[in-house]
Design a protein around this ligand. Sequence first.
Ligand code: PLP
Length: 377
Amino acid sequence: MNYSRITARSPYMEFAKLHSGAKYNLAASGVMNYPLADLPVRLEDLEINGPTIYGYAPLLERLAKKNGVSPDCVVAATGTSMANHLAMAATFEPGDEVLIEQPTYELLLSAANYLGAVIRRLPRRFEEGFSLNPQEVATHITPRTRLIVITNLHNPSGAFADNGSMQAIGEIARQVNARVLVDEVYLETIFDQPVRSAFHLGKHFVVTSSLTKAYGLSGIRCGWVLAEPELAQRMWRINDLYGATPVHVGELISVIALDNLDRIAARSNKLLETNWRELRSFLYSRTDLECFIPRYGTTVFPRLRSGDVDSFCELLQREYDTSVVPGRFFEMPQHLRIGIGGDPELTAQGLKRLAQALDQTRGGSCPAAKPSAEASQ
Ligand SMILES: Cc1ncc(COP(=O)(O)O)c(C=O)c1O
């Protein structure tokens, strides 16, 4: 994709929607769907129209409480996708510079491009465990940079950025009057300890997230932006130009989901623990893959030591009914992204099939070699 001219489409989304289907789907990055039947939703509690103006107060209150912020810092959005779009539209003008991590979630690039940004890149290196390096930010930021865009956990690698590096990046951004947009949709998958959003690090942080990835609730599109109140107001007004008013049934179900989030999180946590065990033993058994292994999240982004990843992914899908995301969608064509948020049985089977496909194309797996692991977080 050429990001030097405006293109109103997303190659990754087209792949995800049209070409990633398989019985053993390791291409998805979210926890498997949470069924409506497992939520205490009664038909008589739903209504088609409701008192939503700039947000539905009970939903804003819950999102504010969950994030430890005041409700006037919350903008409800149709998933993290619209949250990112609003955050970008409110923080830069066409022609402004936006510094975006590389590799990244492709939609962040497409959305910034569509909004007319001059895109500069912030490298996150495989050799450094895809960590965020404030020195790199200092190197690539300019006085014309208005926004720095980061994912935490990092999509595709799952790497976690701690508050120390975030704070250092925030300080560099502040010096040129830029903001830092942190997409925290995968931070929600850290269930075993409290995690503080980067929003609390200062006024120039803008955070986006949703209930999509960690809870299997994509269909209710419960997303949000956290921003200082004046900026939040700007986003509400920009949102008037898009959907203007959300689906009220979705807002009502979002409130119920937020009231039952501990239960939903427990199910995700259990599922991910099981799938992580499978994934680790798969990765430890392969020497044809080099991998940074994060401690949390739903994805890893190994490098295939040799061979063509695109043809490998095609073979995997065609002959093994298993899908992963080819690294070209993350501008690293020698890598592939493996997602482990699916049903445990299907995920285990998918990993077995991935191993078989690797064996078929490389002539057998070699003795175990320990990939580099994320030491401490
Ligand atoms: C980093 C990142 N942000 C946002 C999204 C989209 O999230 P949502 O479904 O909440 O719109 C994705 C989906 O893959 C993602 O990886």
